[in-house]
Design a protein around this ligand. Structure first.
Ligand code: AMP
Length: 476
């Protein structure tokens, strides 16, 4: 066992893990044995022991990353050795820096231009939001190093992306569909890619990106380092990893489909028509400083955002029918605190990385139990505490049971049905601004009423029903 050269360090037979929280224990003991266990160079304690270039360490300090997260402690040494890696980790685990740091380290150690239309490192991400966040992490971590980092994703014009590709990039972060468009148009050239990162592979497959991924991989050189991250590892994803990676090292920081330990979870049983009132009552608690509210549908997200707004709680919706500009404005308002609630569908929320989300509220439970784990992972990020509150009506009992089976948890529950229900929510203002148009810019005009742009107006001669009866009343 070699000793650290720092005068304060003593050689240890094994790393001193006393006092290390449970989550920091690594199953990869082989990697941990490479370090003497002292605070100075122990990757469980700081970033100094990885051999990262000085500018990266400076950036880490500026960003306030004092201590590697478990996935960083495990993955960085493996990646610095040039090996392929499969990481089973959720968003919020610090996986972006785990792959960005070793890649940046190599890019700056061996500086050379990428060919026109090409990139030295290619990161594939399921959504444009996640792609933007990954690119921003690369920029933050390489601050002052003048690396060329760009994104390519759908929903925005091609021109700026084509110009960025033409420069030859150090890092390209792309969603698969738009990158394939650029390959087809012969404006992208992936022949010089040295690193391929596939992030949130389970999400990419959910979104039907398997064909574009295979098409992209066909364009890559055989010799490259592959990094593959997924929150879950069912057999089809494991097979894909087997096809694309060469003798990968596997790192798993959170077993697939377990819930984030530091999230306090509660389920509130409530009658379906009283959910809106219940939601407004939850927001009376000042502790809900920044909450993501999940709905199953896009129209549901609009309705919930509007009713929160009417109750005096600033809220914006984000979903697939919003334009890129609308999404970015909603995220910016939520990040800045101008909007206290972000109402989102599962797909829209994927990869959103916003610090200090105090609460996740499931206005409706997800149909797929795994989505619950992803939803609640939006709070309690980077070791902070967080709360997840789920509103469950009688029709959602099966979904709740599936979630409890998957997470192997009995979620603490409250009964607010019937007489114990919430008081009717006050309407303190009309929706502040008319709801922004929901139409995606690429779709033809749709009936505005079906897109939730105008409130339902009762037909003349018919008495308007209270909102809470609207859904349970028989269709005519
Ligand atoms: P990720 O899983 O990569 O989306 O990261 C989740 C969050 O953790 C982001 O807000 C990062 O800025 C933050 N983060 C990543 N690594 C660290 C670290 N070592 N220390 C503190 N925060 C971190």
């Amino acid at each position: 066992m070699s000793s650290c050269r720092a005068p304060v360090c003593k050689p240890l037979d094994r790393p001193d893990t006393r006092g290390v929280p449970f989550n920091d224990y690594s199953p990869q003991r082989g990697i941990r044995r490479a370090f003497c266990g002292c605070v100075k160079d122990n990757p469980l304690e700081n970033f100094n022991g990885f051999g990262l270039a000085a500018p990266l360490l400076t950036a880490l300090t500026k960003m306030g990353y004092a201590k590697p997260t478990p996935i960083q402690a495990e993955a960085i040494p493996v990646l610095m050795n040039g090996r392929d890696l499969v990481g089973i980790a959720q968003t919020g685990s610090g996986k972006t820096a785990a792959f960005a740091l070793p890649i940046l380290n190599r890019l700056i150690a061996d500086k050379r231009p990428a060919p026109r239309g090409g990139a030295r490192a290619l990161v594939l991400s399921p959504t444009r939001e996640l792609a933007s966040q990954i690119a921003q992490s690369f920029r933050d971590l390489s601050a002052g190093l003048a690396l060329d980092i760009a994104t390519v994703f759908g929903g925005v014009p091609h021109g700026a992306q084509i110009r960025a590709l033409a420069r030859g990039l150090d890092v390209l972060v792309a969603t698969p569909g738009r990158l394939v468009d650029h390959l087809d148009a012969r404006v992208a050239n992936l022949s010089a890619v040295e690193f391929l990162v596939l992030d949130e592979v389970d999400r990419m497959l959910d979104l039907g990106f398997i064909k574009p991924i295979r098409r992209i991989v066909r364009e890559l050189p055989r010799k490259r380092q592959n990094l593959f991250f997924s929150a879950t590892m069912p057999p089809d994803i494991r097979r894909l990893a087997g096809e694309l990676l060469h003798e990968p090292h596997e790192v798993s920081v959170t077993p697939a489909a377990t819930t984030v330990d530091s999230v306090e979870q509660t389920v509130i049983h409530v009658d379906a028509p009283r959910k809106r009132d219940m939601l407004v009552e939850l927001f009376a608690d000042a502790a809900l400083t920044r909450a993501i509210v999940f709905t199953r549908t896009k129209h549901g997200a609009d309705r919930v955002a509007r009713s929160l707004d009417e109750a005096g709680i600033s809220a914006l919706a984000i979903h697939g029918n919003k334009s890129q500009g609308q999404r970015e404005r909603a995220l910016a308002a939520f990040r800045s605190g101008a909007s206290r609630a972000l109402v989102a569908t599962d797909i829209a929320a994927r990869g959103i990385d916003i610090d200090d989300v105090s609460h996740v509220v499931n206005f409706e439970l997800p149909e797929v139990a795994e989505a619950y784990v992803h939803r609640i992972g939006r709070t309690a990020r980077a070791g902070r505490a967080g709360q997840a509150i789920s509103l469950c009506d009688a029709s959602e009992r099966d979904s709740l049971r599936a979630i409890e089976r998957l997470t192997r948890l009995r979620i603490f529950s409250l009964d607010r049905r019937g007489d114990k229900g919430p008081k009717p929510a006050p309407v303190v203002r009309k929706a502040a601004t008319p709801p922004a148009p929901d139409r995606p810019h690429h779709l033809p005009h749709r009936n505005p009423r079906s897109a939730g742009q105008q409130p339902h107006r009762a037909r003349p001669g018919r008495r308007a029903r209270p909102a809470y009866q609207a859904r349970s009343a028989p269709a005519r």
